[in-house]
Design a protein around this ligand. Structure first.
Ligand SMILES: C[S@@+](CC[C@H](N)C(=O)[O-])C[C@H]1O[C@@H](n2cnc3c(N)ncnc32)[C@H](O)[C@@H]1O
Length: 304
């Protein structure tokens, strides 16, 4: 009989993101939770990233009808699929990686896999473990690809990086079993969202200044045209009778495209949050963010 490499812990019923992801929603969670409709059918998150809001909703028992989580980053979705389907093997591999958490040379060796032949043929578990190991040990958890599509974030020099929290990883795996995971563009949500579903959009933020753009998650940018295209999808879903919520930076552009003149019935509010990833430490202060909802937040919360 095959022996388990580690004991499987009792369920915690609380899952948290296990990846560091630019734009992670940690600090905005209370604001998003406050605006979550009291009742909804399926839940969809087309810019999944680290999935902070999904894990929070799941942990609070509010996801009763499943839904779809998706992202344009193919490696990210493959990684989530592996956590969902092969948690035990993946955790065993990550526990092996723990011994190399401070090893710069090892980091660059693992990073170089995608420059070697046979990379695509590696197992799903190997690829997901690599992604998590690099994410936890590279600089700022940056997911950055060069022009050839090769991962090129540098070593992070962390003293004690957490490679895997075993209990949380099992909970994450359980949480992911309640939803579909898909790779694709955010507009695909139009093909499956139905009236009464709840859709949360957390796109790459519109830049506060022309040089402040951080859009490296997928190797392609998310410019003004994409922000307009997203507003169009938001409007169509709202007209269909979905509950639509979106967070973004608070800029002239987002103020204009999420005004009640542009989308009827919309409520848009600004909230204060501290920006997480910024190469310039001095700019890590508080900034305003925009949260737009297609529904009357107070009325939907009053539903019993
Ligand atoms: C701000 S992050 C999401 C952060 C996430 N909510 C969290 O808590 O970590 C934006 C995500 O959008 C994805 N993305 C970029 N362009 C996309 C597109 N056209 N369609 C779907 N996802 C896209 C990126 O890969 C990235 O993971």
């Amino acid at each position: 009989m095959r022996r388990r490499p580690h004991a499987i812990p009792e369920p915690l019923v609380s899952a948290r993101p296990f990846l560091k992801w630019a734009g992670g929603k940690g600090q905005l969670l209370p604001e998003l939770t406050r605006r979550t409709p009291a009742r909804f059918l399926r839940y969809h998150e087309p810019f999944m990233g680290g999935g902070a809001f999904f894990f929070s909703l799941w942990s609070s028992g509010r996801l009763r009808h499943g839904g779809v989580l998706s992202d344009y980053n193919r490696d990210l979705i493959a990684c989530y699929q592996t956590v969902r389907d092969h948690a035990e093997d993946l955790i065993a591999k990550l526990l092996e990686y723990k011994a190399h958490a401070n090893d710069r040379e090892y980091f660059y060796e693992v990073r170089s896999w995608d420059r070697q032949s046979g990379f695509e043929q590696r197992s799903q578990v190997d690829l997901a473990a690599r992604m998590i190991f690099l994410n936890r040990t590279c600089y700022n958890g940056l997911y950055r690809l060069n022009k050839k599509g090769k991962f090129n974030a540098p070593f992070g020099y962390y003293k004690k990086p957490l490679i895997v929290d075993v209990e949380n990883m099992y909970e994450v795996s359980r949480a992911l079993k309640s939803v579909d995971l898909r790779h694709g563009d955010f507009a695909d949500v139009l093909t499956y969202a139905e009236p009464g579903d709840f859709v949360y959009f957390d796109p790459p933020y519109a830049p506060l200044s022309p040089t402040a753009s951080f859009t490296h998650y997928t190797g392609r940018g998310f410019g003004e045209d994409q922000q307009h295209r997203l507003a169009g999808v938001f409007r169509q879903l709202a007209e269909r009778g979905c509950y639509v919520m979106l967070s973004n930076s608070y800029t002239n552009l987002t103020r204009e495209i999420y005004s009640s003149d542009a989308i009827s019935g919309l409520s848009a509010q600004t909230v204060r949050a501290s920006r997480k990833i910024n190469c310039d430490g001095a700019k890590r202060g508080f900034i305003d963010e925009l949260i737009a909802c297609s529904y009357d937040v107070d009325r939907e919360l009053a539903v019993t």
